[in-house]
Design a protein around this ligand. Structure first.
Ligand SMILES: NC(=O)c1ccc[n+]([C@@H]2O[C@H](COP(=O)([O-])OP(=O)(O)OC[C@H]3O[C@@H](n4cnc5c(N)ncnc54)[C@H](OP(=O)(O)O)[C@@H]3O)[C@@H](O)[C@H]2O)c1
Length: 425
């Protein structure tokens, strides 16, 4: 089969080299030769660490969607709009198989794109868009096909996991760890979408629709790790927890709750042991029970592993519905706000240390029927300020937030109060 790779950055150039040097073994395994006949990127003159013969370079990347001899287009440009969107829509309309690592594009246009792919009987494969080398999409579509999934959750972003686990282990604050992450190449120059939870949200939306046979839905609660500091990490530790940025999607009474937020997880749990840039996806289903897949979530090596899995699926003629089930069969399920979900929570109030503050805070809790399980008061050395840490019993999200908002308005509050949800129950 003839392949065009469009986008030759971090991922595209590594994939190009990989396909050249592993052509024979892939042919043996798939009984079909993967032949890269064209490549393209934005700037032909840019210095690259790969050698490309002149006759392989497509001056206009969109020509890949028109040339008859191209069977598979691999989109490695990135971004939900612009050239990547144009390329993938046109390719599918012109009956080309498409492989992409672009989570932003799939999370936004996956439903429309899968409809076009299905109508034209071509593949739209996006294993590399969710958790890099962790083969969760193929696992859901093939290995776990027998199962009715009721929950998927995990650590889907290596950058934020690296930052949280380094703050914990290296006794450093957020800023210091972020600088180191950038130096090591674990964080991009602009790591905004890694830190604010948006990257995890894109991946979770894709996973939800695959797990629950539903369309992609934007009703999702998203909170990043920007507000977590070393003091929270230490408090969590003292209480027997780790803080992890989790994505959780679950179906309860035919309603789906999607949420991304930092979570206090028991130190003894499996997910608490996933440190550094690793990703882990946990799927709960019937009859399988709990299934875990863990591995490198990003980088050229892991991403190429996922891309080659997708390419191989096409080489073997394994044409399937992109979201595991025909578009006609996908359901419009009800996606609910998390305000009705219940959990216990960690709340932190930094206050002026004066008489009456503590009783005022506990009064607000009791008025809102949120019961306190544990309360720790840490006065500062100067004795002028104090941090009050409260662990609550299980309560609805909206009541926890009500407490937080009411206390935030008080004049004794010196810093924005914090709420970190506990466990995934
Ligand atoms: N990096 C990772 O670890 C990772 C992991 C999983 C998924 N992904 C996904 O993989 C995709 C590629 O990521 P990357 O890290 O390789 O990005 P990158 O290094 O920024 O490369 C982007 C490539 O797209 C090309 N490009 C930009 N605008 C173009 C246009 N108008 N026409 C044609 N080509 C254009 C660029 O051309 P020039 O080279 O000429 O500038 C460059 O080669 C993204 O969707 C990303 O989310 C990345």
């Amino acid at each position: 089969m003839n392949i065009a790779i469009i986008g030759l950055g971090n991922i595209g150039s590594y994939l190009y080299k990989y396909l050249l040097s592993n052509k024979k073994i892939l042919e043996k395994k798939n009984n079909c030769l993967p032949n890269v006949i064209y490549v393209s990127a934005k700037n032909k003159k840019r210095k690259r660490n790969i050698k490309i013969s002149k006759n392989k370079w497509l001056a206009n990347y969109l020509d890949a969607t028109k040339l008859k001899k191209i069977d598979i287009i691999i989109e490695l440009i990135g971004g939900a709009e612009g050239p990547a969107k144009k390329l993938v829509f046109n390719a599918l309309k012109n009956k080309k198989h498409v492989v992409t690592a672009n989570k932003a594009l799939i999370a936004k246009y996956g439903d429309k794109l899968s409809k076009i792919a299905e109508e034209n009987n071509v593949n739209l494969e996006f294993e590399a868009a969710v958790c890099g080398g962790v083969p969760v999409i193929r696992a859901l579509k093939e290995g776990l096909i027998a199962n009715k999934i009721n929950r998927v959750y995990g650590i889907f972003n290596g950058t934020s996991n690296y930052i949280l686990s380094s703050m914990d282990k290296e006794n450093k604050n957020f800023k210091e760890v972020l600088i180191k992450a950038k130096k090591l190449g674990y964080a991009e120059k602009n790591p905004k979408s890694d830190l604010n939870g948006e990257d995890v949200a894109s991946k979770l939306k894709i996973l939800s629709s695959l797990c629950f046979n539903s369309f992609i839905n934007n009703n999702i609660f998203v909170e990043g790790i920007n507000f977590i500091d070393k003091f929270d990490i230490d408090n969590a530790n003292n209480l027997g927890f780790k803080i992890k940025l989790l994505g959780v999607s679950e179906i309860i009474d035919n309603k789906i709750y999607q949420r991304v937020h930092p979570t206090l997880i028991k130190k003894t749990s499996y997910i608490a042991s996933i440190d550094g840039v690793l990703n882990a996806v946990i799927v709960d289903g019937k009859p399988i029970g709990q299934n875990v897949i863990q591995g490198e979530g990003a980088g050229p090596e892991a991403t190429t592993s996922a891309l080659v899995s997708d390419i191989s699926s096409i080489l073997r003629g394994n044409i399937k519905f992109p979201f595991s089930i025909s578009n006609n069969e996908r359901k419009k399920l009800l996606y609910k706000e998390i305000s009705d979900r219940s959990y216990s929570a960690y709340l932190r109030f930094d206050v002026v240390d004066k008489p009456g503050v503590l009783s005022n805070i506990t009064n607000i809790f009791s008025k809102n029927k949120v019961s306190i399980k544990r309360l720790i008061q840490n006065p500062s050395k100067s004795k002028k300020f104090a941090s009050i840490i409260i662990i609550t019993h299980t309560s609805k999200d909206r009541f926890l937030n009500k407490v937080l908002n009411q206390i935030e308005k008080k004049t004794y509050i010196i810093k924005r109060p914090k709420l970190i949800r506990i466990g995934i129950n």
